[in-house]
Design a protein around this ligand. Structure first.
Ligand SMILES: NC(=O)c1ccc[n+]([C@@H]2O[C@H](COP(=O)([O-])OP(=O)(O)OC[C@H]3O[C@@H](n4cnc5c(N)ncnc54)[C@H](OP(=O)(O)O)[C@@H]3O)[C@@H](O)[C@H]2O)c1
Length: 281
């Protein structure tokens, strides 16, 4: 890799971005982190911290000055501010690695905001790599409170089988795509090594914390109500519920791309649960 590239990491205080920062430091890159609250954000020493908000492109000048590559995490479900922000990124940067989703495209057709973001980035002519992730294993942190307080997970579609991916595997691929030239133009479908049902995920979390946990199937209508309250966007909620319904019949696909790119097999959900046991105790 070329060392001393300046890489701007967005979402650097988040699950994936935090590990992208760590991997880039290990690879010898100059790392700058975009954060909304520089005074309270804790990042490793050696990282330059720049304040800014991705949905307000006029706040990004200092963060973008002299940047070579950008790891892009687009926040929220609306892309209203994205065209101006992506255009602004493309001024100094020559490369963007975008954290997208496997469901963001139906053939050539963009689906939802992930596909829209990919199209926006492509139109800038930037060197790009799209990381089309399966579901994140960190999504199951949403069960942590129920597990801690009641030892029960109430959720719909217990038989839905997902190839959830460990955030460290996403970060390992992202760091290589940011610093090596061979990933330019790639759209990687990145998944965990196997599809595991949601009920089984709960059992594996129980094993990690040495506790018997119970699955309680939640009716779709009830789940829709609480997801609407949490996410706000009915189309996104229905897309998620339809996705889980479909995965009850046909599991989420599994690829070997993490291993193909990094040389190391993707981490299992069992491993993820052990790594996060403290979050569920
Ligand atoms: N969950 C899934 O299954 C899944 C699947 C595929 C793709 N994705 C994509 O993955 C991304 C989430 O990654 P993650 O789980 O690592 O994130 P996360 O842990 O939820 O953290 C979100 C990060 O985004 C930052 N952020 C939020 N709003 C911002 C803004 N307006 N301007 C600048 N930064 C902002 C936060 O920084 P602050 O410290 O400022 O809050 C934080 O670092 C999303 O783009 C999502 O679409 C998710």
């Amino acid at each position: 890799m070329s060392t001393h590239r300046t890489v701007l990491v967005t979402g650097a205080t988040g699950n994936v971005g935090g590990h992208v920062v760590t991997r880039l430091l290990e690879l010898g890159a100059d790392v700058r982190a975009l954060v909304r609250e520089p005074s309270t954000s804790r990042l490793p020493s050696g990282v330059a911290v720049a304040g800014g908000d991705l949905t307000r492109p006029d706040t990004l000048d200092a963060a973008l000055a002299g940047v070579d590559s950008v790891f892009l995490v687009w926040p929220g479900l609306s892309t209203a501010a994205a065209p101006a922000t992506v255009e602004r990124l493309a001024e100094p940067a020559r490369r963007v690695v975008y954290l997208s989703a496997m469901g963001g495209r139906d053939g050539e057709r963009p689906v939802g905001f992930w596909g829209e973001m990919e199209d926006l980035i492509e139109r800038t002519g930037l060197e790009s790599t799209f990381l089309r992730a399966s579901g994140f294993a960190t999504n199951t942190l949403g069960w942590a409170e129920q597990i801690r307080t009641r030892g029960v997970v109430r959720w719909p579609y217990g038989h839905a089988r997902r190839s959830l991916i460990h955030e460290k595997d996403l970060a390992a691929v992202a760091a290589l795509a940011l610093t090596e030239d061979r990933h330019v133009g790639a759209a990687y479908t990145l998944t965990g090594p196997e599809a595991v049902s949601q009920q089984e995920q709960v059992r594996l979390i129980g094993t990690a914390i040495d506790r018997d946990l119970r699955w309680e199937e939640q009716p779709r209508a009830k789940a829709r109500e609480s997801l609407l309250a949490a996410w706000g966007d009915p189309a996104f909620v229905d897309m998620a519920l339809d996705g889980w319904a479909a995965m009850s019949d046909t599991p989420e696909p599994v690829t070997t791309t993490v291993e193909d790119v990094t040389g190391v097999p993707a981490r299992t959900f069992r491993q993820w649960a052990l790594d996060h046991a403290a979050d569920f105790r």
